[in-house]
Design a protein around this ligand. Structure first.
Ligand SMILES: [Zn+2]
Length: 263
């Protein structure tokens, strides 16, 4: 369950052991910039098809990721900072959405980002997994709550969460109006955690802290959360839109009932 540095294209990966009799583990992997074939400013493992990179390079990067972590295929949505949750039953582009659920054995589902928090959830049925793309708009819209509701509609509760890299609050100063919007729209405990004060007194938004608080409100306690505390803006191994503007996207992959090859 610990986040271990992995070989190859994955920066970190881990297994979430099964708890039910006959259940199978879920697994996850987080990617960074290295190991791909995209040219600057997308160098090199860009997984985003919508950022101006050559689609042939992105396709090769996705293939390389699948090969190296032993997946037959990957399904991913195009994040739009909304709250739509879709189900994946086969590999491929799922269209515009910010959360994906699957219980398809061995299918990888992924979200990509360059500052937004990428979240993985493993269900208590040892079958169902979800991935979520969440920035400040995701906090305001409650994409985490929407995903947990979608799991509940299937009779599943989240048992473990993985929080991938994201920009930290100190690196993400925002105008007062945006901090106010988070305060006005989110549960108090989420807003209190997410809105921080930067060194110069300006408010900043720390999505990771906000999602921690939201998950706690939904019954996912701190000891059920693995958090990769890497700041995208500070870490040159990660893509950061805030730091670089035009850039690529790294990803978080969850696999239902299957192991990632290089663990
Ligand atoms: Zn930072």
């Amino acid at each position: 369950m610990l986040a271990e540095p992995a070989r190859g294209v994955a920066l970190h990966s881990g297994v979430i052991p099964a708890r039910t009799p006959g259940g199978r583990p879920a697994s996850w992997a987080a990617t960074g910039r290295s190991g791909g074939c995209s040219l600057p400013p997308y160098d090199s493992l860009n997984l985003g098809l919508h950022v101006g990179d050559d689609p042939v390079s992105v396709g090769e990067n996705l293939d390389r990721l699948c090969r190296e972590i032993g997946l037959a295929g990957l399904a991913w949505p195009r994040g739009v900072h909304g709250t739509l949750v879709v189900e994946a039953t086969a590999p491929g582009d799922l269209g515009e959405a910010d959360a994906v659920i699957t219980c398809e054995s061995g299918l990888g589902i992924a979200v990509v980002g360059a500052d937004c928090l990428l979240v993985g959830l493993a269900g208590d049925d040892d079958r169902t997994v979800a991935v979520v793309h969440c920035g400040w708009r995701g906090l305001v819209g409650d994409v985490i709550g929407a995903t947990v509701d979608a799991l509940a509609a299937r009779g599943v509760r989240p048992r473990m969460a993985v929080l991938g890299p994201a920009i930290c609050g100190a690196c993400y100063p925002v105008p007062l109006e945006r901090a106010q919007q988070v305060h006005d729209s989110c549960p108090a405990e989420v807003a209190d955690a997410a809105v921080i004060r930067c060194a110069d007194g300006q408010p900043g938004i720390d999505v990771r802290l906000g999602v921690h608080a939201r998950l706690a409100g939904l019954g996912v306690k701190a000891d059920q959360v693995v958090s990769l505390n890497r700041c995208t803006a500070e870490d040159p191994a990660l893509f950061s839109y805030r730091r670089d503007g035009r850039t690529g996207r790294h990803g978080l992959v969850m696999v239902s009932q299957g192991s990632i090859a290089n663990l």
